[in-house]
Design a protein around this ligand. Structure first.
Ligand code: PMP
Length: 436
């Protein structure tokens, strides 16, 4: 039967057949039903256009239905959609070569394709343990790394941790959140915490540490300069590897470089990527130094759709489009205007306690009081609802859901700024009016 576009039916069918944890999170009071997307815009089933500042959770990296990606995928699906890694095909191999070439020079990089980000995180943890012969892994508070057992076990946000048991030998250290961190701004105190974590919660011999260069679900928390490199030094001294999670910060999102770690004076041992890698086609990858990945040789490790030709064709098109359309530069330029616009809003609406971000990873944090930083959760929910009415999609994130996170596709243009900033302005004005 053809699908029904009847609103009530769509809602009823989803609510009836999705499992509880899959249907649990519905951001808007009135469900948003999406029908179509083109570049930075999506249309709902009533034909309303919304500017997608979420990139459908960062998966849409270069734009909805980007013609180059569509053409690449269509051609590959029609010729050979899938073959597993035991057979040879040039498209995934080319893509692996191209991804390896984006990594720091002077190292020998190899790629292991997976089906998703969390799977890639699990693999990265496993690789680090096998390579080092150690078990202990250190993660950051306020981090998000995925939904599988392994990825959930290194996730430092309670909302995502189910009461189902976790991997052992994982410990957390304080998050160098420059706005809300336990030590306030600065780097050194957080590195001292890491030293204490190493000295107390580990055996002294660790497998590694995992870090997002910009924490995504944690509410766009950028690692301060000197933290990742300082952590890498300490972790390596304890025999461990540095694992960088680029699932959100990768593919040019920071507006600085293709990878978030690139301006942190560190060469990772393992880099995890997903989401934007395929512009919405499911795909993940672990890019690792050869000696790290080679430690797992001798046993099979199959991810059935990993190195899928159709997904790899999407990935190759994404890399090409980012480069040809100078999209990192675009994220930098337009992101700077967005950032300034958010700061101007903060000057007019005292509920905004903090504006932060780089490139197309931007956030505003809402607080009831600038000194105590008490999270303004209901107010954030109110503003969030209004943003949709005014034609933009953002997301609520952070441990208190008091952060409005904006991570648009790399094609968001200067011409969109009036609409985007106007919509935010009106949403905050609505809140001010609502609060009297
Ligand atoms: N790491 C980060 C930083 C993420 O944001 C996510 C997904 N939100 C993941 C890992 C897991 O990716 P996936 O949902 O594809 O498993």
């Amino acid at each position: 039967a053809p699908v029904s576009w009847d609103t009530d039916e769509i809602i009823a069918r989803r609510d009836r057949y999705y499992a509880a944890s899959q249907r649990a999170f519905v951001p808007y009071a009135k469900p948003l039903i999406l029908k179509k997307g083109s570049m930075q815009y999506v249309w709902d089933e009533e034909g309303n256009r919304l500017t997608d500042l979420l990139g459908m959770n960062l998966c849409i990296s270069v734009g909805h239905a980007h013609p180059a990606v569509v053409a690449a995928v269509q051609a590959q699906v029609a010729e050979l959609t899938h073959c597993t890694t035991m057979f040879y095909h040039p498209v995934p191999a080319h893509f692996a070569e191209e991804l390896a070439a984006t990594m720091p020079a002077g190292e020998d990089w190899v790629v292991h394709f997976t089906n998703s980000g969390a799977e890639a995180i699990d693999l990265a943890l496993m690789m680090a343990r096998v390579r080092t012969g150690n078990l202990d892994v250190i993660a950051l508070e306020n981090s998000y790394h995925g939904a599988t057992y392994g990825a959930q076990s290194v996730t430092g946000l309670q909302n995502f941790r189910h009461n189902a048991g976790q991997l052992s030998n994982i410990c957390f250290t304080s998050d160098p959140n420059q706005y809300r961190g336990v030590h306030g701004p600065g780097v050194e105190p957080y590195l001292v915490d890491l030293e204490r974590t190493l000295a107390t919660a580990t055996t002294g011999s660790v497998a590694g540490m995992i870090i997002e260069p910009v924490q995504g679900y944690g509410g766009i928390v950028e690692m301060p300069q000197g933290f990742i490199s300082g952590a890498a030094e300490r972790i390596r001294a304890a025999g461990g590897l540095m694992i960088i999670d680029e699932v959100q910060s990768g593919f040019g999102k920071t507006g600085r470089a293709l990878w978030g770690f690139e301006h942190h004076d560190v060469v990772p041992d393992i880099v995890v990527m997903a989401k934007g890698i395929g512009n919405g086609i499911p795909l993940g990858a672990v890019v690792a130094k050869r000696d790290v990945a080679e430690a797992m040789a001798g046993k099979f490790l199959f991810h059935t759709y990993g190195a899928n030709p159709a997904a790899s064709a999407a990935g190759r098109a994404v890399l090409r489009v980012i480069q040809e359309d100078r999209m990192v530069e675009n994220a930098s330029k337009v992101g700077a205007v967005l950032h300034q616009g958010l700061k101007d809003l903060a000057a007019r609406y005292p509920i905004i306690g903090n504006v932060r971000g780089t490139g197309f990873m931007q956030a505003i944090e809402l607080v009831r009081d600038h000194d105590t930083k008490g999270p303004a959760m209901e107010e954030t929910a109110f503003v969030f609802e209004r943003t949709r009415e005014h034609g933009i999609i953002v997301s609520k994130s952070g441990n208190y859901r008091n952060v409005l996170r904006m991570v648009p596709p790399l094609c968001l243009a200067m011409e969109d700024m009036d609409h985007v900033l106007g919509a935010l302005d009106r949403s905050f004005a609505d809140l001010a009016e609502h609060l009297g």
